[in-house]
Design a protein around this ligand. Structure first.
Ligand SMILES: C[S@@+](CC[C@H](N)C(=O)[O-])C[C@H]1O[C@@H](n2cnc3c(N)ncnc32)[C@H](O)[C@@H]1O
Length: 196
C-alpha cells in the first residue's frame, strides 16, 4: 500500500526545486528548461485524475517527477494502474525512477526521445499529459493518434499553452479545427484540458 504521506512529503520537497530549473539541450540542439509545473497546476492535475479515474496514464516530460506525483496522488486504486512517463535525459530518468521506486509508486520512467518511445507504446491511454518540448506537442499528438494509443474519451492535458503559446500554435489549432471539446485554464503557464 502506498504511503500518501510520503508522496505528499516528496511533492513538498520537489515544490522547493527551482521553477526556472537546470537548462538542457533539446535533440535539435536548441535550448530547453527543465521547469517543473507550477503549484496551481499540480492541484488541478490531481483533481482531474480524481474526476476521471484513469487506469492508464502517459506523461511526456518527466523531469524530477513532480507532475507525475501530483497525477499519481489523485489515483484511488493503484492495483491495475499503468503509468508511463518519458524523459530523454538518461541520468534524470534514472534518478526519477529511483525516487518513484523508493516511494513504492508504480510509475515507469522510459528513458529516451519521446517520438521513439511513443512509437513503441501499445494499449489505449485514458489520460495524456504533454510537458516536454512545446514545439513537439503537435507531432507527438499525431503519432499517438496514428498509433491508436489515444482516441475517444482520452483526456488530453498540456502545460505552457499560454506562456509558450507560439510554440504550441499548431497543436492548439488542431483542437479547434477538429471541434474537440477543450478549454484553457489560465494557470500561471496555461493548461489545456481536452476530451477526445
Ligand atoms: C518542463 S520539463 C517537465 C517537468 C515535469 N513534467 C514536472 O512538472 O515535474 C520537460 C522535460 O522533458 C524532457 N524532454 C524535453 N524534450 C524531450 C523529448 N523530445 N523527449 C523526451 N523528453 C524530453 C526534458 O529533459 C525535461 O526534463
Amino acid at each position: 500500500m502506498t504511503n500518501t504521506q510520503d508522496i505528499n512529503n516528496e511533492i513538498n520537497i520537489l515544490e522547493g526545486f527551482s521553477k526556472k530549473g537546470k537548462s538542457y539541450t533539446n535533440t535539435n540542439g536548441s535550448f530547453g528548461w527543465r521547469n517543473p509545473i507550477r503549484q496551481d497546476t499540480g492541484r488541478i492535475l490531481q483533481s482531474l485524475v480524481i474526476a476521471k479515474n484513469p487506469k492508464r496514464i502517459l506523461e511526456i516530460g518527466t523531469a524530477h517527477g513532480l507532475s507525475a506525483l501530483y497525477l499519481y496522488s489523485g489515483i484511488k486504486e493503484t492495483n491495475e494502474l499503468v503509468f508511463d512517463t518519458i524523459e530523454f535525459d538518461t541520468a534524470v530518468a534514472k534518478d526519477t525512477q529511483e525516487r518513484f521506486d523508493s516511494l513504492q509508486v508504480s510509475i515507469n520512467v522510459h528513458a529516451g526521445e519521446a517520438m521513439e518511445i511513443i512509437d513503441n507504446l501499445s494499449g489505449k491511454y485514458d489520460l495524456v499529459f504533454f510537458d516536454a518540448q512545446k514545439s513537439h506537442y503537435f507531432k507527438q499528438l499525431n503519432l499517438l493518434l496514428e498509433n491508436g494509443v489515444i482516441g475517444k474519451d482520452t483526456l488530453i492535458l498540456a502545460d505552457n499553452v499560454i506562456d509558450r503559446e507560439e510554440e504550441c500554435k499548431e497543436f492548439l489549432e488542431w483542437f479547434t479545427a477538429n471541434k474537440i471539446n477543450h478549454s484553457i485554464i489560465p494557470t500561471e503557464c496555461g493548461l489545456l484540458v481536452a476530451n477526445l
